[in-house]
Ligand binder design. Structure first.
Ligand SMILES: [Zn+2]
Length: 161
């Protein structure tokens, strides 16, 4: 008899949590087609989405900052297995996008280009849901797509990997 080294067990965990003021403000911005973050009053870092406090300084982030939907791919991964939460057939690419003016990368789906064309430094922009479908959810941004701008130099995002 051979040794059993691992088994596959389907597991699903659903979480319900209180959004809190910062996340609520961010999600309400999504419903308006706006990307809202907050700036730390001590180190000036801009968090998008905001969590209500700066993890580095330990102080509340109360200054609201609106950033554009343009940003830079800092890291990415190619997904080759189907996802229950995304209707996109594999392979597809997900990336951390550092939005212009923000200091925290935003996790996003990249579309409108070959999955293997995505690269570090690639400039992208948010593609929003139609106005009538905007809601207080991350899904108001359908995905990000490449824009016709030169790749960002590594030095401009290396601190955000
Ligand atoms: Zn800070």
């Amino acid at each position: 008899m051979s040794e059993i080294t691992n088994i596959v067990t389907p597991i699903r965990l659903d979480y319900t949590y209180t959004a809190g003021h910062a996340t609520q403000r961010f999600l309400l911005g999504m419903a308006e087609g706006r990307i809202l973050g907050q700036r730390c009053p001590e180190c000036a870092k801009v968090y998008v989405p905001p969590r209500g406090a700066c993890p580095k300084c330990g102080v509340p982030t109360t200054d609201e900052v609106e950033v554009t939907g343009k940003g830079t791919v800092t890291t990415f991964c190619i997904v080759r297995i189907p996802s229950d939460v995304l209707s996109v057939p594999p392979p597809f690419t997900c990336a951390h996008v550092l939005l212009d003016g923000a200091d925290l990368p935003f996790f996003a789906l990249i579309q409108e280009c070959d999955f293997d064309a995505v690269r570090m430094g690639m400039r992208v922009e948010a593609v929003w849901a139609p106005k009538a479908e905007l809601a207080a959810t991350f899904e108001s941004i359908r995905y990000f797509r490449p824009i016709d701008e030169p790749d960002a130099p590594y030095e401009t995002y290396k601190e955000h990997l």
